[in-house]
Ligand binder design. Sequence first.
Ligand code: FAD
Length: 465
Amino acid sequence: LAEVTDYDLIVIGAGPGGYVAAIRAAQLGMKVACVEKRSTLGGTCLNVGCIPSKALLYASEQYEAVQTQFENLGVIVKDVQLDLAKMQAHKQSVIDANVAGVEFLLKKNKITWLKGTATITAPGHVSIDDTIVTARSILIATGSESVSLSGVEIDEKQVVTSTGALALEKVPEHLVVIGGGVIGIELGSVWHRLGAKVTIIEYFDRLLPGFDKEVSLTFAKILEKKGISLKLAHKVEKIEKEGSQLQLTITNTAGDKTEHLSADVVLVSVGRRPITHGLGLEALGVPLDDKGRIKVNSQFQTNIAGIYAIGDVITGPMLAHKAEEEGVAVAELLAGQKPHVNYDLIPSVVYTDPEIAMVGKTEEVLKADSIDYTIGKFPFSANGRARAMNKTDGFVKILADKRTNKVLGVHIIGPHCSEMIAEIVLAMNFGASAEDIALTCHAHPTLTESIKEAALGTQKRSIHL
Ligand code: FAD
């Protein structure tokens, strides 16, 4: 590598991993460029992921609440109508504002946006279309893309991934969602609230594998009560087009029952795979793991000095905030600092109604690891604020070490728990015991009092239960 390079750092990909790394590196005095092939910055998250899905989840939740919850509060609204084009325009305006915000931040930090597709031609050398640029360090933050089922062709109109499901121009009559993970459940909820019949097919015997089993079973009951059909322990054999309809053949995993479903839209949400193609990794000899993710060491370094990777393209949960933490860490490592990403404390959230939020270990993991624990549980039905809001479904469950009372995991299903979980992550980051949380004064009446009560519950001394 020549002594004088164009940049200290070239980041490939401007998603939450890449653009955050670029900003932190610029703050630390590096000369930084960020390559992005999409016409806007922000990656999957801002363009076709977290942000647009939350815009539609919020808007559709209001639409449903007006019809199903307002009357009980004494608010009579007549002639509720859906203007889907306007709802989609709201989503787009949120995307536009966010991606413009990232562009502003890159400019503010004097980061060069190199538009195009990057390939690493040699250590320190990146080609963007026909131009070669050089850098002391290269960070791969190319993210992930949806996978399909074998034999199922995605047209993003009728057979869609999350990207097509975020952009439907008409509410489907019957939407079949293949895959009961976070993305399938969130987008299934959106279209169900807007009037579609929704069936979720999941191969596993419960929704949201990876979340606490009790939470997932409670949530399945709530979804069914809302009218979403669940086909758990089922798999899709084939999808055939018949006129304007799609015919699905599904079997149970035991293999002794076959059923046929007719749908006008099918959402395939069976997972995402890292984007590593076209980066030149094979020629460089950068190894991938069995799931196609770039192998890195604890310093996010590949086997080649000066080439790093973060975010969805490496191991770990495919979450925006995980990618951001890693982005900051790489920039600080390059500046000679000693950052640390605590992988035990990355919260996971499902933005449905009720919401689900978790951090730390599940009961299933604690049992498998033979760790003795106590449970403190508090239902929202016993929380005054939740009652005032008519949002009493769900509970807070705190798992604490039996001997030390240290918090090991927290699982919440209930209103606004996407926000409430931050208190827990902070507490756990300081190594809190459940008693530390219980000794903390929580404002009344708030939903967070349920956290305090669950914390008291680990020592069997909840007040309001
Ligand atoms: P990405 O955001 O995927 O960004 C990578 C960028 O690299 C892309 O813009 C891509 O165009 C670019 N790129 C790829 N290859 C090249 C190349 N060779 N040259 C130039 N540019 C390239 N996560 C959450 O935490 N919360 C949520 O609520 C949430 N909701 C989601 C909802 C949906 C529908 C989806 C699909 C995902 C959701 N996620 C959510 C996941 C989240 O979007 C990802 O974890 C996150 O975007 C990963 O960030 P990243 O920086 O690693 O990659």
